[in-house]
Design a protein around this ligand. Structure first.
Ligand SMILES: [Fe+2]
Ligand SMILES: [Fe+2]
Length: 207
């Protein structure tokens, strides 16, 4: 489904990350908030493209709705939104792509496409492998929307830039994304990695 990624997350990641649902939900809520803010920033800077402004403001609204949905579940379970932390995944993608960048906005669109693709990959795993049926259903319910966002960012890139340039740059950024996420340590976050393996204690403590 969707964009091919250069590194596939193993199913065990989803089982492990499900051991701390409140941390996962809080991080996920922040991701949705960030996605909404990022879509709005793209509209503010590129409002001369009318279709882009319409499409990305719709994305911003959807991401904010996702935030409310995830946040509501977090509150229902007695959790609270944790203070915003740095997002090493998104930050590494943006900093490390700068070295080989020729067009800033093309990179912005392609990085957004990749983040949507990775989020979708993770949601599919969570929907399939989480033991908690309510959480699994949450992730199942978000899959179609994130697949739509991924396709939209791809369409916008193709509508604004030459196809061969988009393909070439997407390939470079896809390899970079795989390197970034595989190199991150495991954490109870949507975009954590597996460097250093899983913490032993986690498998033994149910919550
Ligand atoms: Fe979302
Ligand atoms: Fe999204």
């Amino acid at each position: 489904m969707g964009l091919h990624l250069d590194w596939a997350t193993p199913a065990e990641w989803a089982e492990r990350v499900g051991a701390n649902p409140l941390a996962l939900l809080s991080d996920h809520a922040h991701c949705e908030l960030k996605a909404a803010a990022s879509a709005q920033a793209m509209v503010a800077k590129n409002g001369q493209h009318g279709e882009l402004a319409q499409a990305l403001s719709a994305v911003a609204i959807e991401e904010l709705e996702h935030f409310r949905q995830v946040h509501e579940l977090l509150l229902e379970r007695g959790g609270r939104l944790a203070p915003q932390e740095t997002n090493p995944y998104a930050e590494a993608l943006l900093t490390r792509s700068a070295a080989t960048r020729s067009r800033r906005f093309l990179d912005r669109l392609l990085v957004a496409e990749l983040i949507e693709a990775r989020s979708l990959e993770r949601f599919v795993l969570l929907a399939r492998h989480l033991a908690d049926p309510e959480l699994a259903e949450l992730y199942r319910s978000l899959m179609a929307s994130e697949a739509g966002h991924q396709a939209l960012f791809a369409r916008l890139a193709r509508s604004l830039y030459p196809a061969d340039e988009v393909e070439r740059r997407r390939g470079e950024l896809r390899a970079l994304e795989a390197d970034v996420i595989a190199g991150l340590p495991f954490d109870y976050r949507v975009h954590s990695g597996l460097a250093g393996g899983f913490p032993d204690a986690v498998s033994r403590s149910p919550e």
